[in-house]
Ligand binder design. Sequence first.
Ligand code: ZN
Ligand code: ZN
Length: 592
Amino acid sequence: MKKPEMRHSVAAALIASLFAAAPPANADVAPVVPTNPVSRADASFDTFKQGFIDALLTQNPEWALQVGQYRDAQRLAIPDPAADLAFAQKWLGQLARHPVGQLSESNRVDRALIENQLRSIQWYRSQFRNLEWDPSEWNIGEGFSILLTRDYAPRDARLLAISARLAQVPAYYTAARHTVRRPTLEHTRLAIQQSQGVLDLLGAPLESAINDSTLDEAHLAELRTRASLARQAVREWIAHLDAMLPRLTRGEARSFRIGPALYARKFAYDIQTDLTPTQLYRAAQAEKERLHTKMDALAATLWPKYFPDTPLPATRLERISQLIGKLSERHVAAAEFVDEVKRQIPQLEAWVRDHDLLTLDPDKPLQVRETPLHKRGVAGASIDAPGPFDPAATTWYNVDPLDNEPAAEQESTLREYNHWMLQILNIHEAVPGHYAQLVYANRSPSLVKSLLGNGAMIEGWAVYAERMMLESGWGNHEPEMELIYAKWALRVVCNTILDYSVHTLGMTEAQAMRLLRDEAFQQEAEAQEKWRRVQLTQVQLTSYYSGFASIYALREDLRRREGEAFNLKAFHERFLSFGSAPVKYIRQMMLH
Ligand code: ZN
Ligand code: ZN
């Protein structure tokens, strides 16, 4: 619950389930008999797409594991910029044989996504070069963690794959030491911390899996030797990074701020919108001002009800801040947290149905559960969605229970996810936010749109869902709900302002804290965590607001154009029918 906006896991969960029961890579998914030149072009492009995805996953066995394709489980790929550049070059050449003009609308979008992916690989490897300055890019943990915990095959079979991977670990870290040149201090510290986690993973959990194994002695002996050498390699990597720290802290480190030029390109590849980062930043600034004005009016309305004997504070930020503090006192008890989420979901579903906002698939009910132990502590709340190849599987809404946290942390989380905020969280994560969007995305037959799904579209939809639900009257237009919603909206907007300012304008930590604490009303812990995140990531924090802003603008443009004929439900269903494509392409198709 601490950072529900950190939603990388949504796409990953969708992707993972997509491949869990996927047909073999070259199976004929949709046999098409070409009857005219257009469908022949599309049929040929469909074959190309299958070959491309297959090759992309072969090139990235770690990613393949994440998306649930285990064919290359025994292979630990050593990052190799030259090989990636050759890959991109080769597939761009093949792509050129499929001109845009003859393709269907859906395939044009797939083509654009593939081209963006390939150009992005070229740019990341030749210009951004983060393998050289971000040591946390060198991390073998996820693959081993998947092989240890996912039951895709019997444990002994998985242990053989683990054994083969372990044998490649020393070479992996040799490459890491040769590649990382002048890292940032922040990513070096992160890499040290995460590598300790890798060491832990290759310790007790691996040993206990080995001890429970029924493999023959020869295999087990080999496994133990390889595990020991792998752990040694990780320890040496940590020592290597530790040894760098003194000179990095002396000022020889690269700055974590990527600067305006790299930022603009990363924004273009990752977000895929028509706006420039500066245009988005200016829009976010204007939205912040609009929200403050609105919140101040709400605070003035609510003041006598909550502070009958206290005069109104002199400044706008003080008035808003005191009211938010007061409203945050209304929250459920820690022990009731998960039950309260469970209670709200059917209410949200009924609302969406009764107000004609979106058709929800009654065959894909959402089940709320406490987050399974091995997944806890990452996102606080997340969705595990089934893929189109596994239509019978349940969609899970994982919620971390609060019972076991220290009292002070419990209280802070409960105040953040107070009576009103918890409703907004459920709208965002579940109905009609991420869960509803993923059910629709799974119906989109394009593997490309799912695999190369756009984070700004996915997050933008969830943020849009909040606003749309409140517009439809959820919360009765109560000023309390409006004020707490505005605080959430402010977080989304300030994510963009912070990211752009820190990476391109040199915003200092003190300035960042002023923005987050004083102007976005965040708790100290929340603000500190955001500061840490903006030093370690670039651009991702802008995806929420950029996605939201472009979806909202599209809706309003269509509403203006269609006038009386505009139908909100029809808009939502058509918008979601394109899969998780970037909003700018959905816009082209909807305005066509
Ligand atoms: Zn989200
Ligand atoms: Zn309390």
